[in-house]
Design a protein around this ligand. Sequence first.
Ligand code: GLY
Length: 595
Amino acid sequence: MSLLLSGGDLKTRPGRFGILLGTLAMAHMLVALAWSLVVVSAANAASMRPVGAEKGMVVTAQHLATEVGVDILKSGGNAIDAAVAVAYALAVVYPAAGNLGGGGFMTIRFADGRTTFLDFREKAPRAASRDMYLSKDGKVIKSLSTIGWLAVGVPGTVSGLEYAREKYGTMARAALIEPAIALAEDGYTLDQGDVDMLASATEDLRRFPETTDIFLNKGEPFVAGQRLMQPDLAETLHLIRKEGAAGFYRGKTASAIVKASREGGGLIDQDDLERYRTREFAPIECDYRGYHVISAPPPSSGGVAICEMLNILEGYPLPELGFGSAQALHYEIEAMRHAFADRYSLLGDPDFTSNPVQRLIDKSYAAKIRDVIKPDRAELSSDIRLGVAPHEGSNTTHFSIIDDAGNAVSMTYTLNDWFGAKVVASGTGVLMNDEMDDFTPNPDSANIYGFARGNPNAIVSGKTPLSSMSPTIVTKDGKPVLVLGSPGGARIVTAVLQTILNVVDYGMNIQEAVDAPRIHNQWLPEETKIERYALSPDTRKILESMGHRFEDSTPANHIAAILVGAPSLGGKAIGRNRFYGANDPRGGTGLAQGH
Ligand code: GLY
């Protein structure tokens, strides 16, 4: 990786040299002392107990998919087998984000300590071009990249699942895909959570007759207790079962996608589909207070941003400051602000841009950032002079799996927005993504900050858009400790960060860590988004007096996490249970279950 020193060099960040280290240390001590009265202890939050199990654990956003994964583990499959079966099942029972027509990432840590990362995220069709979503006067026509066929990137999920199964799985394709076929063919009963998810997109789903036919009940929203049948999707899954990836990228399904795309004004052709290949990369790895973090490399920004933030925060006494203390939150927000400025400005598809990864995750870079973080004053995001403002979709799904041997899979995949571009090629039952919206559609806007390097996330034919998906695994002393990830676009990165902090620094058990209210700052806008109860009124006042600004946010993430060994780090195992799963209560349909 190159060590780029132009765009993201801290030289562009004003004020770095104005602060003397000694002054900073003194100020830090005084501030910590002054605020020690509002430090909140983390222990014993009011959460359900984590779900314990002895031989394996699966946490997904939909209970039926979790059951599929547990069945595969019980029948002797490894974590990769279970992940493939879960992903096929989620394409049926969690159609908002589970998918065949999208893409994603899989981080694997094998029981013998090896790690790898599979990238099966979408690519821009060959005919795609830099300004394809701009009007004649250079303005972004937003709907073109979010709904309908022009928004669709070349899907990677089926390629990725078959690649994972062939290379790292142990079971036959039929066994892994059969549960999904049954759920599509026989249907499944919709719970309130499933119905709420469908209802969130009723009007957009109505815009396309093929989509309406599947996801609305004779044109009206489904209600809980009704059954969702998907015979076309079952047929597509049958073809994959028979022919593997070729059953999707060639033949009947591919022809239907190409035809619908052409008729709908999209760009995907047969060649795009046949050329699609999963890529395998080394994950991003870094250390935090004795723990080893394994996460997503570019084309995700997730691992880089998480490591950058952890490196910054390692220099502050978070455990002493305490969960929810104004001082700890100040440092967390500032770390987020800096990491996101880099994330949005410097990273892109590694086949098209040279990402300054090593520099961004270097401890000395974090130390330089700490030098400019004032202990008692929020920095203005607009003073961190880098790149282009954030732009990305936010709806995705994540699941975490660990098997008896200790193989761990952390997988996040997506259609981008809920139900993607809302289009389905007739006869396939496959919802297609709107991942093209994750490119920066107006790369010239970067120049408002004098950013000279060219935008690394501009649309280029065959390129993969930058992602925030951060499937992550944490180890200690060579053993897996934590498997986690989340949906939520940019908020994925900060949700994963805070869950790690909650476990490592604040001593929470895994369910408490997942449940705890979260904050999110992504450099631009200035405001930090806060979930309800994330800040007490007096903590908020302290932070506002330091220059922080806040706005409310609705819960956007559904963390799926597993802690290994005990419900909390350093805790005691319960009976023979080795694995402790936590399903995020923010989602209405998920389940942690083991065996
Ligand atoms: N589409 C959301 C992400 O990739 O981060």
